[in-house]
Design a protein around this ligand. Structure first.
Ligand code: PSV
Ligand code: MN
Ligand code: MN
Length: 388
């Protein structure tokens, strides 16, 4: 355990990454959804699978739900089911992108009746939060337009504000609203919440319990995402992350798969901003496993985050600061790179064993027989909601 100090290990021990329920359902592209044997048939089975990820990693204490995909009759029963399996129900995600009425918008729609329906859906999500004990309502909007002139850009921002205000007013206690931005898709010309600035402007107008959600796959190629992380932390408005990785657009691939160095840089700014165990920042995955097995896909994802966190914790802050102050460009860069290039895997494996976890959680899960059991037991697993 040579590389990781007791301080680093105790920080790592507190790390928790929320899993998205939809990562366990079948998903795909608009071309084809491949079904995976053993896919959950209902929200109860999705939670059972998520609990497996936590069982072998101790890294995934909560599961985010998506409404109506995860609609059940009694959320208290679902909550107990999760708690019995050692996990909590987390963020509630709304869905205003799979209904014909929302073809030209939901919270921004010209028609007050459609806006009413979309607002009511969010109020229902908050009722669910009351039952599940969830803190965060996450709103990602698929709204926008495809052609210049199609929509009144300014009027839509005003309507968005009014709709969000009504939703925000319904929150109580510790509950929060997090507004996720995305630069394009499904709309191709303009999107109503395309960037962190728009999300920030909208949530700042609501109040303290409205924050920005940063999905790492929602930026134009080449965007310096860690800069945005720094800025939002500086402003006290980074509410949550949706982690995933991308090569081209919103690929929703395993976090850290496409660009581990970017993940390292993001986590470094989180640490620099006091945010690693900052209760204001929820660390979530937002991924889809189209061709790989889903539970191992989620295990790999949380391990990637843990590994890059361990490396980012190795940055020698004092040496870095000294090099920055003295204008030693290469020395400063070398401090960061030294940490990034440190192989922490053996130390993490040893540490896991010392905590009664499998040294290699991927192998631990494979040896457990769980995958074979669900493949035999479950027939007709559900689709996550994408690619229909
Ligand atoms: C669509 O882009 C999306 O991936 C958003 O990132 C949401 O967080 C997620 O779907 C679930 O609604
Ligand atoms: Mn997302
Ligand atoms: Mn996305």
């Amino acid at each position: 355990m040579s590389t990781l100090t007791p301080d680093i290990l105790s920080t790592l021990e507190q790390q928790g990454i929320e899993l998205p329920s939809w990562a366990f359902g079948n998903s795909g592209t608009r071309f084809k959804v491949f079904t995976t044997p053993g896919t959950p048939r209902d929200p109860f089975e999705k939670i059972a699978d998520a609990a497996e990820v936590n069982r072998v990693t101790a890294l995934a204490p909560s599961v985010a739900l998506h409404i109506p995909w995860d609609k059940v009759d009694d959320y208290a029963v679902l909550r107990r089911h999760a708690e019995d399996l050692g996990v909590a129900l987390g963020t509630i995600n709304s869905n205003t992108f799979q209904d014909d009425d929302y073809k030209f918008g939901a919270l921004t729609h010209e028609d007050a009746g459609v806006r009413r329906k979309a607002i009511d859906h969010h109020l229902e999500c908050i009722d669910i939060m009351d039952a599940t004990g969830s803190r965060d309502l996450k709103i990602w909007l698929a709204e926008g337009s495809n052609y210049p002139g199609q929509a009144d850009l300014r009027g839509r921002q005003d309507r968005l504000h009014e709709s969000l205000q009504e939703i925000y007013a319904r929150l109580s206690g510790e509950q929060r609203l997090v507004l996720e931005y995305k630069f394009f898709e499904p709309a191709f010309y303009h999107t109503d919440v395309p960037d962190w600035g728009t999300s920030y402007a909208q949530v700042a107008a609501l109040g303290d319990r409205a924050m920005v959600c940063l999905d790492t796959g929602h930026h134009a190629p080449g965007t310096n995402i860690e800069f945005i992380v720094m800025q939002l932390l500086r402003l006290g408005k980074l509410g949550s992350f949706d982690f995933n990785s991308r090569f081209y657009a919103d690929d929703d691939l395993i976090v850290g798969a496409a660009d581990p160095f970017q993940l390292f840089r993001i986590v470094y700014e989180v640490i620099r901003g006091g945010g690693l165990n900052n209760p204001d920042v929820a660390f979530m995955l937002d991924q889809c496993h189209n061709v790989e097995k889903k539970i191992p896909g989620q295990i790999r994802s949380v391990l990637n985050v843990q590994e890059m966190t361990a490396r980012a914790l190795l940055v020698d802050a004092e040496a870095l600061r000294a090099a920055q102050v003295s204008g030693d460009v290469l020395a400063a860069n070398a401090v960061l790179m030294d940490a990034f290039y440190t192989d922490v895997r053996p130390a993490l494996a040893e540490w896991r064993e010392s905590r009664g976890l499998p040294a290699d959680p991927m192998a631990g899960f494979a040896a457990s027989g769980y995958q074979e059991k669900i493949e035999a037991d479950r027939v007709g697993g559900v689709q996550a909601g994408w690619g229909a």
